[in-house]
Write a protein that binds this ligand. Structure first.
Ligand code: NAD
Ligand code: MG
Length: 386
């Protein structure tokens, strides 16, 4: 039984989490939140009957209160609202399905309130991994990975308590531009970058997959979740997205989790762990499969991995700068205000500028200040995102 708060319930992970809830009658939804899609949030509130809901802006909260005058639900707004959803007294688990490092404060608030975290919001671990993992251990709460690769690693670790990890094999689809040269990426459009071959996801992570910054963020995510140094995390391109990741042990045995690309499996496993439950989804049919191919990533063209290794090497606030610069650049690209390859230039500029400014063991305030600093230096150099 899980009593859930979901932050980011109207997005790709949020709506799939609610599909999983529909299949598991012992789960309840206590609190929901979204940015601005109040039409969908209204439907979700009518169906799942949470007692609390949050939206970004107070004017949207006002509208939602009017629409839901016949329903017994408390509607709040802003960062305080997000934190209230994360701390909701009735819930025991918070699903972090929000996009971006705006998830840092609600995630930490949820941990302080003793909630288990089903974590999709990787940007939070990238920027505040040391705070999240430390407080979670101190409070005795679980951080259950939802990201498919990290769920695969988590599943491959079961039954191996105490066995040292030789390598983590983090798989990547390679995204829509796999195999292309830098020249061929000069003029790619937003529409092309949004066409992921295997997964249907929110726009930000889809662009991150095309640049392979997503895989970079996932290296940092794996580093924190599984306490493994960067040198032991190796990225392999697996274009069909069937091997979701693997763990190699000291004797050379490789344990992997395979399956069709469907986020509902890692979502459900995070919520039912250690139990496995039936799922109404498509299953792998090895007899119909033409191939499972593997390749090494092209790190010269797709710089996302090198950024991550550099961020881990510098540590402290450097991963925050990588993440904040990427959020800035992706927003610019999605608004048609920069070209695809400029995403790399923007990240590289901010990280290089930060090299002599790294704060070690940053506090939450240091992290939020560093995000602000990154936005300011980038707006000065490349123009703001307004
Ligand atoms: P999405 O854009 O589809 O959904 C984001 C959700 O967050 C929406 O409900 C939106 O309303 C809410 N939100 C956005 N900005 C907000 C704000 N300022 N205040 C309050 N709410 C806000 O994103 P997604 O694809 O579902 O991804 C969510 C997270 O999960 C990301 O961190 C992503 O990296 C991670 N993730 C997603 C997938 C996937 O398949 N979609 C897979 C692995 C990891
Ligand atoms: Mg992933």
């Amino acid at each position: 039984m899980r009593r859930l708060s979901i932050i980011g319930s109207t997005g790709s992970i949020g709506t799939q989490t609610l599909e999983v809830v529909r299949e598991n009658p012992d789960f309840t939804v206590e609190a929901l939140s979204c940015g601005s899609n109040i039409e969908l949030l209204e439907e979700q509130i009518r169906e799942f009957k949470p007692s609390l809901a949050a939206v970004s802006r107070e004017e949207d909260a006002e509208k939602l209160r009017e629409r839901l005058a016949d329903v017994n639900v408390n509607i709040v707004s802003g960062m305080d609202g997000l934190v209230a959803v994360a701390r909701c007294e009735k819930s025991d688990t918070v699903v972090t399905a929000i996009v971006g490092m705006i998830g840092v404060r609600p995630t930490l608030a949820a941990i302080e309130a003793g909630k288990d975290i089903a974590l999709a919001n990787k940007e939070t671990l990238v920027t505040a991994g040391h705070l999240v993992m430390k407080r979670a251990a101190e409070k005795g709460v679980s951080i259950l990975p939802v990201d498919s690769e990290h769920s695969a690693i988590f599943q491959s670790l079961q039954g191996n308590d105490g066995n040292a990890i030789r390598r983590i094999l983090l798989t990547a689809s390679g995204g829509p531009f796999r195999g292309r040269s830098r020249e061929e990426l000069e003029n790619v459009t937003v529409e092309q970058a949004l066409k992921h071959p295997n997964w249907s996801m929110g726009p930000k992570i889809t662009i991150d997959s095309a640049t392979m910054v997503n895989k970079g963020l996932e290296i940092i995510e794996a580093h924190w979740l599984f306490d493994v140094p960067a040198e032991k995390i190796e990225v392999l391109v697996q274009p069909e997205s069937i091997i979701h990741s693997a763990v190699e042990y000291e004797d050379g045995a490789v344990m992997a989790q395979l399956g069709v690309p469907d986020m509902k499996l890692p979502i459900q496993y995070a919520l039912t762990y250690p139990e496995r439950r039936p799922m109404p989804s498509e299953k792998l049919d090895f007899t119909k499969m033409s191939q499972i191919s593997l390749d090494i990533p092209d790190r010269d063209t797709f710089k996302g991995l090198d950024f991550a290794y550099k961020a881990i090497k510098f540590g402290g606030t450097m991963p925050t700068v990588l993440n904040a610069a990427n959020e800035f650049a992706v927003a610019k690209f999605l608004h048609g205000k920069c070209r695809f390859l400029e995403i790399y230039d923007i990240i590289d500029y901010a990280m290089t500028l930060h090299e002599d400014k790294v704060i070690e063991e940053p506090s939450l305030e240091d992290i939020l200040e560093t995000e602000k600093w990154t936005d300011e230096v980038l707006a000065q150099k490349f123009g703001g995102n307004e």
